[in-house]
Design a protein around this ligand. Structure first.
Ligand SMILES: O=C(O)CCC(=O)C(=O)O
Ligand SMILES: [Fe+2]
Length: 280
């Protein structure tokens, strides 16, 4: 017999997307962090010189690997998804030289954003730092190229389940009760598709349970999302997207013969009123 939970239609939460061209500001970052806007899309936010350098270094990296956690894609760096803290932080330490090498001798724009946000939050008495444990410290970002083929290059998911279920040995679990901000820099985009799709829905623990996605938040089915309005953020190389990772999001199918899609990603959020943690 079907339970009430399974019959319940998912709640619709309105989304606000701010889009403009130029340089990202700390005030805008903080407004996503505080849940005032759902997503921020900054077009042409970093130069094609750094974008091309990162892309070439990613595909040529001796640290590039295929993901083996059920999410199709290649990566440089470490992901805490489905890993205990000891494994994640050890991988982050081992991958650090490869992450740093992505930028060659150019200034890392993700670190520059981290430092600017750190200075701004400090003025309000809030510390921003990388998540850490006795086994090591998170990196500022990881690089990813999704390889899902079909409707989505990366299936619809939320970024909160993996944080909520990270476990007690992670200090970052506390962030799951606040906005989990997901920051993406796009050095390379395919000719067609590879856009970010955002659904007007922020799943609860009960919603995830009803879908059997309690620990992963991945992947929400087409049937589950059917009646929920969604919006597409059209991305180009050099763009930044910052979103509330609690809302269901995914990456649309990609095509074209030339360019592969590459992004730099990390997550951050309030662990305490006076502490913002940053991890990958
Ligand atoms: O590739 C993207 O645009 C989004 C990536 C993402 O949602 C994730 O890494 O959790
Ligand atoms: Fe995500």
């Amino acid at each position: 017999m079907a339970t009430n939970q399974a019959l319940q239609t998912p709640a619709i939460s309105p989304i606000t997307i701010k889009e403009r061209t130029g340089s990202i500001s700390t005030a805008e970052i903080i407004s996503v962090l505080k849940g005032e806007i759902t997503a921020l899309h900054i077009k042409q936010a970093f130069s094609s010189e750094i974008a091309d350098q990162i892309t070439a270094n990613f595909f040529g990296s001796p640290g590039i690997n295929e993901r083996n956690d059920g999410v199709p894609g290649q990566y440089v760096g470490a992901s805490h998804y489905r890993k205990d803290a000891a494994t994640y932080f050890r991988q982050a330490e081992n991958a650090r030289p490869h992450v740093e090498a992505l930028f060659g001798n150019l200034v890392d724009p993700v670190r520059a954003l981290f430092e600017a946000l750190k200075r701004e939050l400090q003025k309000e008495g809030i510390e921003l730092r990388l998540a850490r444990s006795e086994h090591g410290q998170a990196n500022v970002c990881r690089a990813l190229s999704w390889s899902g083929s079909g409707t989505f290059a990366l299936d619809p998911h939320d970024d909160v389940a993996q944080v909520l279920r990270a476990g007690n040995d992670y200090e970052l679990s506390a962030v799951a009760h606040n906005t989990v901000a997901a920051l993406n820099f796009y050095p390379s985009m395919p000719e067609e598709g590879g856009n970010l799709r955002l659904w007007s829905h922020k799943p609860t623990v009960a919603d995830r349970k009803s879908q059997g996605l309690e620990t992963t938040g991945y992947p929400y089915s087409a049937t589950y999302l059917e009646a929920i309005p969604s919006r597409e953020v059209k991305l180009e190389a050099g763009d930044i997207a910052l979103l509330d990772g609690g809302f269901v999001h995914g990456v649309t199918g990609q095509s074209g013969s030339g360019k592969r899609r590459v992004l730099l990603n990390n997550f951050f959020g309030f662990a305490r009123p006076d502490l913002v943690l940053w991890w990958t």
